[in-house]
Design a protein around this ligand. Structure first.
Ligand code: EPS
Length: 402
């Protein structure tokens, strides 16, 4: 990222998570309870989550960067405590273990799970206990990403950009998705157990998750993140690393368990002729943020040449099934190389709705970065002047129907 940077620290059952977000301009009104915590709550939800989510009630505690309800331009740091840590103080202690203590209290695991970071982590970091790997590889880390993304969402919201998500499939069950999505996507799906717009599919998805649970199995799925109100011209085609499609795909792909990302028609566009894929250009007096020029369709998913077109940004991601399986797959005991089945511990059966909320956060971070790259500025007022002047300039070009 160019204008924004963020980092997270923390283990799943350690004391808590730390998030540091840099590059947010001064003068953004921000209230944790209103703008950040609701996203943390949404990330905890979804049918198919394990018992851990009943223990946690994530809230971000501000350490720096916000004063009297406004950002002041300095790094924003936040803490999210792990309530479950109280049950893990021995296993996650930074101190040397008591030589006379019960080794079981250390909750070591030596049987890497296929599909998890367990094995590659052990090999790479020269460890024997997969706990040293899985604690950080865990998707618990995404709570910190969501906190950073929520601040970026707030910044974008000031300029009329909104970001939502919905789940389009769980396992082999696909939701019926309307051609035109509801204006406030999140309002329509936040109450759904699976962030789906299709109540009938939701019932079948829940049953599939119940079946998977009964069979000791897990399920993945597909979610879609949609951002609206974006001006044309964010990102660039001039270098490989300024292209916004690449930046978005990388960010969304970095979410734990994501194995595929599509923009707009994505892979399906590769099976059709160009005349059925590209979006005809039309004048549109409502398209204020793209100079009065709109599109008849949006198969490009809001990006051409790595630059936003002004149409909604549409990013889809495929999540693989969670790799902790009660139906254990073959593995190897890392203590002696003997054949053994993989370790099992408490986990989720399906976390696709949660991943969709994390997807929103990653899209918010990348869009805020591209937005600040285009409109610069150290304060919200300065950025507002730059933004208004750009939109007015686009409008003055006068292509739109009047
Ligand atoms: C996870 C395993 C589960 C999930 C966890 C990710 O946790 P636990 O091992 O404590 O039951 O609930 O996700 C979260 C804690 C979270 O906040 O999303 C894993 O192995 O990745």
């Amino acid at each position: 990222m160019r204008r924004i940077s963020f980092s997270t620290a923390g283990e799943s059952h350690g004391r808590g998570l730390v998030a540091i977000l840099e590059g947010i301009p001064a003068g953004l009104t921000l209230e944790m309870v209103k703008h950040v915590d609701p996203d943390l709550v949404r990330r905890q939800g979804g049918y198919g989550r394990g018992r851990r989510m009943q223990i946690e009630s994530d809230q971000a505690e501000v350490i720096s960067g916000i004063r009297l309800g406004e950002t002041i331009g300095s790094p924003i740091s936040m803490l999210i405590w792990n309530k479950d840590w109280e049950n893990w103080t021995q296993a996650m202690s930074p101190e040397k273990p008591d030589p006379d203590g019960n080794p079981k209290a250390l909750r070591s695991l030596y049987l890497p799970r296929p599909g998890h970071a367990d094995l590659v982590g052990l090999l790479k970091y020269d460890r024997r206990d997969t706990r040293d790997i899985l604690e950080r590889a865990s998707a618990r880390e995404t709570a910190a990403r969501v906190a950073c993304g929520a601040v970026c969402r707030r910044l974008l919201e000031v300029f009329g950009i909104t970001i939502g998500s919905h789940v389009t499939s769980i396992g082999s069950i696909e939701a019926n998705v309307p051609d035109v999505l509801p204006t406030n996507l999140n309002e329509s799906v936040n109450a759904s157990a699976l962030r789906s717009l299709d109540p009938d599919a939701t019932t079948r998805m829940k049953k599939a998750i119940d079946d998977a649970k009964r069979n000791g199995d897990t399920l993945g799925g597909v979610f879609e993140v949609v951002a609206t109100g974006i001006p044309a011209g964010l990102g660039s085609y001039v270098t490989y690393d300024s292209k916004l499609d690449g930046r978005l795909a990388g960010a969304v792909m970095s979410i734990q368990a994501i194995k595929g990302v599509e923009i707009g028609a994505g892979f399906s566009g590769a099976f059709k002729p160009g005349s059925e894929v590209h979006d005809p250009i039309v004048t549109d007096k409502n398209a204020k943020k793209s100079g009065g020029i709109g599109r008849k369709s949006n198969r490009a998913g809001g990006l051409e040449g790595g630059v936003t077109t002004g149409s909604p940004l549409v990013v889809k991601a495929a999540m693989k099934p969670i790799s902790t399986l009660r139906k254990r797959l073959p593995s190897i005991d890392m203590r002696d190389g003997s054949v053994a089945d993989a370790a099992v511990e408490r986990s989720d059966i399906c976390a696709v709705p949660a991943a969709a909320v994390v997807g929103e956060a990653m899209v918010a971070l990348v869009l805020a970065d591209a937005f600040l790259e285009k409109f610069g500025g150290d304060s919200i007022n300065e950025i507002t002047r730059n933004f208004d002047s750009y939109v007015q300039h686009l409008d003055k070009r006068g292509y739109g129907e009047r």
